[in-house]
Design a protein around this ligand. Structure first.
Ligand code: GDP
Ligand code: MG
Length: 798
């Protein structure tokens, strides 16, 4: 029976070791004896007596400030083989075969119990601070000795009511919780220590014990300080269980008093005095064998054995649960046993396929892990095409980088020694080609952005399983990145050619091209618009002046009426008046007259000369100029342009909605890009300040009216043509990128991965496991191994 008991305890100790050393927690909930009681009840004293060694820090204040898990391990005595010598009084053998070990200092044997005490103090201070604070982190101490019975004991901080030092205000609650935690475990035996000199009714230990063990099944009552009871009183009622019945009974002890401790009374002596005390005390004489530390130790041992025997099936069941859980966790790391070569290959293939699938589905937007917070994958590509690329194309101003001077120079250069008779077509060709080049940067950027997006996608394709193999993951990303980079060249080259193609031939016959005639009318209408505004303004001023002069005349007219009136007067007349018959064959004299007319109108507008404010005159001047250019009546009249604008080879078809809108509705112009409107400021600045013109003759204005007109015309033509090309590029670049980059990569990614990485020689390297993940997995494996061992240990005893 005893042997079985020892076996059991050694089993539990083995399990405990296993648990402490490998698991580091008490998930197994092994049987142990937990000492509880109020501060100074004598808990540490009881433990010391059981161990038979003076090793616990003691004092009047709160000394035990961390749980101390004390494993007593009986080791055979070297000198005396007789196992019956196991007991508590081996006064002269101290240190020979006795030592202590702390879990936090592995492999160090403490032979001096004074050192043990100091280490407990240091270790307590290390975690709980030096000023009375407590910590729930336990200290693990093993005592190996031929003089101990195998026991696992837990010393806990005592309950205190009033916080002192660093103790938090809720120190009582904290301590109570800590104690409760230990004693609540059904595998704990509660050693409820109550001092005999305090009314048992006030025993904190019993209150705590009753809370977790209301039936008193696993509580042992320990009555300390029996020697300190008032004379004439004794603890027989309590010890017999009549006051407070406990199934496991009550045991009275006499520990060393504070005086004994200060006087360094040897433990052996103390134990002897205790035994003497009970044997000679009239009240306890008869129950002396069931009193004292020695009896307590034996009782604890047997109780623990019985308890363990009771608990082992539960522990075994618990072990099975733990093993199941650990096995499951281990499985989450994937199949680790790919020692076979086919095994490794198929694992790589599997991870590769998943990676490729994830890459493709991210692009297609069919991925299961679609973010709701930000655009990702395919949606990002769509966004790049439509918003980023689209916007950047839209924002290009096709003529803002062309100054009036540039345009005039181009016109002059293209016409050679003689001024062109017609629209300076060559100049347009010359100027529009570099402008088309403006589309190249945003187009190339579009390719790059999509490429970058694909790179990002391939970085997010890893799974948790794949993260186990960082090298494989890196390789997968590398191969896909290489593939993408490979395709970047062709995609970008193609896009470059798209722009070159556009520049190779300027198709002025494009149905949507504005054409010279419409452009001209655009220019004219802009001029007219400006001019009209001036005229209105001047007319208004004139009237105002007149009104001020001629008292009372037209006093009822409002400014709006004025404008209306002027509009009626100037605009329609100017625009609708049939033009003169003069055409291309006009004599230079007439041409000059035409120029003069325009110049007059412009100059007149600027100088505000009343004599030139004749709308009729301005209108005629323009008409003659238009006729000189295009030779047909009314062809350029904005209102009529959409219907009659089929004259000349640049003349637009009637189907040019945007432009006709733009010339018909001045308010819409404001919404259009400034470049699409003839920039008046350039022109007039130029007219005002012709300093840059080195080819002008002396005081002559550097840019003639005709040149100004032509410049604006060219601008309108460039804008119109540019818009056509822009539209085409906006359409073709995304298609090209999809075909040459995105779709191509989607199509070949799987094959590429296989051909690059599915190589027997690479398997080893690719399946190198991540250190952290590997550690986790190994920890898990070790844990499982421990549980298996524990289960084996248990199965040997039950
Ligand atoms: P703990 O706080 O519960 O661990 O109590 P301790 O074991 O540190 O003891 C508190 C004080 O009570 C110490 O000074 C001990 O010497 C004293 N003490 C403990 N038990 C007895 C006993 O049975 N008799 C006498 N006379 N003093 C005791
Ligand atoms: Mg103590």
């Amino acid at each position: 029976m005893a042997a079985l008991g020892e076996d059991l305890l050694s089993t539990v100790n083995k399990l405990q070791d296993l648990v402490f050393n490998t698991i580091g927690n008490d998930s197994l909930d092994l049987p142990q004896i937990v000492v509880v009681g109020s501060q100074s009840a004598g808990k540490s004293s009881v433990l010391e007596n059981i161990v038979g060694r003076d090793f616990l820090p003691r004092g009047s204040g709160i000394v035990t400030r961390r749980p101390l898990i004390l494993q007593l391990i009986n080791v055979p005595d070297d000198d005396i083989e007789d196992s019956s010598r196991v007991g508590y009084r081996n006064p002269n053998e101290a240190g020979r075969n006795e030592w202590a070990e702390f879990h936090h200092i592995p492999n160090r044997r403490f032979n001096d119990f004074g050192d043990v005490k100091r280490e407990i103090e240091n270790e307590t201070g290390r975690i709980a601070g030096t000023n009375k604070g407590i910590s729930r982190q336990p200290i693990n101490l093993k005592i190996f000795s031929p003089n101990v019975l195998n026991l696992t004991l837990v010393d806990l901080p005592g309950l205190t009511k009033v916080p002192i030092g660093d103790q938090p205000t809720d120190i009582e609650k904290q301590t109570r919780n800590l104690i409760s935690e230990y004693i609540a475990k059904p595998n704990s035996i509660v050693l409820a220590v109550s001092p005999a000199n305090v009314d048992i009714v006030n025993s904190e230990a019993l209150k705590l014990a009753r809370h977790v063990d209301p039936l008193g099944r696993r509580t042992i009552g320990v009555l300390t300080k029996v020697d300190l009871m008032d004379h004439g009183t004794n603890a027989l009622d309590i010890l017999s269980g009549r006051v407070y019945p406990l199934k496991l009974g009550w045991i009275g002890v006499v520990n060393r008093s504070q005086q004994d401790i200060q006087g360094n009374k040897p433990m052996e002596e103390a134990l002897k005095s205790e035994s003497d005390f009970f044997r000679h005390h009239p009240a306890y004489r008869n129950i002396a064998t069931r009193c004292g530390t020695q009896f307590l130790a034996k009782t604890l041992n047997t109780t623990l054995m019985a308890h363990i025997r009771d608990r082992l099936p539960d522990i075994k069941a618990r072990l099975n649960t733990l093993m199941g859980q650990t096995q499951q966790e281990l499985a989450s790391y994937g199949d680790m046993h790919f020692s076979g070569k086919e095994h490794r290959g198929s694992l790589i293939l599997q991870l590769m396929t998943r990676f490729a699938t994830s890459f493709i589905s991210s692009i297609d937007g069919t991925s299961t892990e679609i973010s709701t917070k930000e655009l990702c994958g395919g949606a990002r590509i769509y966004y790049i095409f439509n918003s980023v690329f689209g916007m950047s194309l839209e924002s290009i101003d096709p003529t803002s980088n062309l100054s009036a001077l540039d345009i005039r120079t181009a016109i002059r250069n293209s016409t050679g020694p003689r001024p062109s008779l017609f629209v300076p077509e060559m100049a347009f060709d010359l100027l529009v080609k570099p402008q088309i080049k403006l589309l190249e940067i945003p187009s190339q950027r579009c390719v790059e952005l999509v490429y970058e997006e694909l790179i990002k996608i391939c970085h997010t394709c890893g799974s948790t399983e794949l993260s186990r193999f960082p090298r494989l993951q890196a390789k997968l990303i590398e191969v896909v990145s290489d593939l993408l980079r490979e395709r970047l060249g062709p995609a970008s080259t193609y896009v470059e050619s798209l722009i070159s193609i556009q520049r190779a031939y300027i198709n002025t016959n494009h149905p949507n091209f504005l054409g010279a005639a419409a452009a001209m009318s655009n220019v004219v209408s802009n001029k007219q618009e400006r001019e009209r505004k001036r005229l209105i303004q001047e007319e208004r001023e004139r009237r105002e002046r007149r009104r001020l002069k001629e008292l009372g005349a037209n006093g009822t007219e409002t400014p709006e009426d004025d404008e209306e009136a002027v509009t009626e007067k100037v605009d329609p007349v100017a625009l609708r008046k049939p033009a003169g018959k003069a055409g291309r064959s006009l004599s230079p004299a007439v041409r000059e007259a035409g120029h003069g007319g325009i110049a007059a109108a412009l100059n007149g507008a600027r100088s505000a000369s009343p004599s030139r404010l004749n709308g009729q005159g301005a209108g005629s001047a323009k008409d003659s100029f238009l006729n000189y250019f295009f030779g047909k009546d009314g062809a350029m009249v904005p209102g009529a342009a959409p219907h009659n604008a089929n004259i000349g080879r640049h003349v637009n078809q009637a189907s040019e909605p945007t432009f006709s809108q733009s010339i018909r509705r001045p308010e819409e112009k404001a919404l259009r890009s400034p470049a699409q409107l003839a920039p008046a400021s350039d022109e007039f600045d130029f007219l005002k300040a012709p300093k840059g013109a080195d080819f002008g003759n002396g005081g002559e204005p550097a840019m003639t009216d005709r040149e100004a007109m032509e410049t604006e015309l060219i601008r309108a033509l460039i804008s119109s043509y540019f818009n056509i090309v822009r539209e085409s590029i906006a359409d073709q670049v995304p298609k090209a990128v999809m075909h040459l980059l995105v779709n191509h990569c989607k199509d070949v990614v799987q094959n590429r991965l296989v051909s690059e990485l599915y190589k027997e020689s690479l398997f080893e390297e690719l399946l190198y496991e991540d250190d952290a993940v590997k550690k986790e997995r190994e920890k898990c494996e070790k844990l499982l191994q421990t549980y298996r061992e524990a289960a084996k240990i248990i199965s040997e005893v039950i």
